[in-house]
Design a protein around this ligand. Structure first.
Ligand code: NAD
Ligand code: TYD
Length: 348
């Protein structure tokens, strides 16, 4: 085999789980992690595989076109799994340009550089990792499928939708061998505590208010991050070029029910009285343009490639809570410094 695979964003939440899986499961592959280490990138996330002989880290920014062209020419990858992105909806409301630059321009730079070296790309693959948020917001009924029309509502989802369109256009126009997946909300170890689940775990632990947006009635479909990584592995190896696959957990939760469940779980884990943590719940001003509901129909991935999530939500959530409670140093490191400024600014 001896393939060279570049994984972008491998120091982030999902990327680190994909890196670990590929480094361990594919010793014949040379895995190169390309990441600029923004606030969301953390090499501690992949410390356990950092000394592996088939792994290399390169610090670099996908928005730097000259660098990307040099990097791709030097590396000559057989495949690219592209996860590097600005990924948080709330930040995209404050700073849309960063999302446009990284998520759209960065993706286009990568594909242009690959077009230079993949002249006969029969066995190559550019795999673009995307989100179900490109489809917009569902009402109480229905599901997103691969043919749902794009209708992004936030600057984050608009940037991901645009990058998806560019990726498909490069398949149609230049024959770049692409594949795309759109996944629902991930949770699990190593997620930066700006997203709902780790933010709540961190606040419960420190007896801080639990900021629930609006009435807490928005619904998300949650998938354990290692199940997303297993789907990425399958699609990278078996997915059809030019196709799109939806990935979801068939696991819809109203935010307030999820926060209540986390409170009960944490009360047990921390030896608190039942109901103690729920008292911390504080309803705060709703997110602007807050999508009501996301839900994925992952039939195509199930029927064509045989993928299924492996964990029940309650089990995955307990593993996640246990991970955060036994990785105090990680949490301390990422919540010191800049995080405090972020938190003050967003939750004042
Ligand atoms: P994350 O924010 O945790 O990590 C993003 C990583 O990309 C970080 O390591 C960061 O340093 C790196 N990065 C950012 N800008 C970069 C740049 N200009 N150059 C190089 N590296 C850069 O994000 P995540 O939650 O792990 O998401 C990874 C991908 O999966 C994203 O494309 C996201 O849109 C997609 N996705 C995420 C979810 C989710 O629930 N988190 C769900 C579906 C799809
Ligand atoms: P988030 O984890 O930011 O993911 P996304 O916006 O991409 O779905 O948010 C998940 C849900 O939780 C979303 O409906 C917004 C809500 N939320 C809160 O109620 N409070 C919070 O502090 C955060 C971060 C999110």
């Amino acid at each position: 085999m001896n393939k060279t695979i570049v994984i972008t964003g491998g120091a982030g939440f999902i990327g680190s789980h994909v890196i670990r899986r590929f480094v361990k499961n594919y010793p014949d592959y040379q895995i190169i992690n390309l990441d600029s280490l923004t606030y969301a990138g953390n090499l501690n996330n992949i410390e356990d595989v950092s000394k592996s002989s088939n792994y290399k880290f390169v610090k670099g920014d996908i928005t730097d076109r000259d660098f990307i062209f040099r990097f791709i020419a030097d590396t000559q990858p057989d495949g690219v799994i592209h996860l590097a992105a600005e990924s948080h909806v709330d930040r995209s409301i404050r700073n849309p340009v960063a999302f446009l630059t990284t998520n759209i321009l960065g993706t286009v730079h990568l594909m242009d550089a690959l077009r230079e070296i993949w002249k006969e790309p029969t066995d190559k693959r550019f795999y673009h990792i995307s989100t179900d948020e490109v489809y917009g917001s569902l009402g109480k009924e229905g599901y997103f499928t691969e043919s749902t029309a794009y209708d992004p509502k936030s600057p984050y989802s608009a940037s991901k939708a645009s990058s998806d369109h560019f990726v498909r256009s490069y398949f149609n126009t230049f024959g770049l061998p692409i594949v795309i997946s759109n996944c629902s909300n991930n949770y699990g170890p190593n997620q930066f505590p700006e997203k709902l689940i780790p933010l709540m775990i961190n606040n419960i632990r420190h007896n801080k208010p639990l900021p629930v947006y609006g009435k807490g009635e928005n619904i998300r479909d949650w998938l354990y991050v290692e199940d997303h990584a297993s789907a990425i592995d399958l699609i990278f190896h078996k997915g059809k070029t030019g196709e799109t696959y939806n990935i979801g957990g068939e696991n819809e939760w109203k935010n307030i029910d999820l926060v209540n469940f986390l409170c009960q779980l944490m009360d047990k884990k921390l030896g608190r009285n039942s109901g103690d943590s729920e008292k911390l719940i504080t309803y705060v001003t709703d997110r602007a343009g807050h999508d009501l509901r996301y839900a994925i129909e992952a039939e195509k991935l199930r029927d064509e490639l045989g993928w299924r999530p492996s964990l029940q939500f309650e089990e995955g959530l307990e593993k996640t809570v246990d991970w955060y409670l036994s990785n105090d140093d990680w949490l301390e490191a990422v919540t010191s410094g800049d995080y405090q400024n972020y938190y003050q600014e967003y939750y004042k």
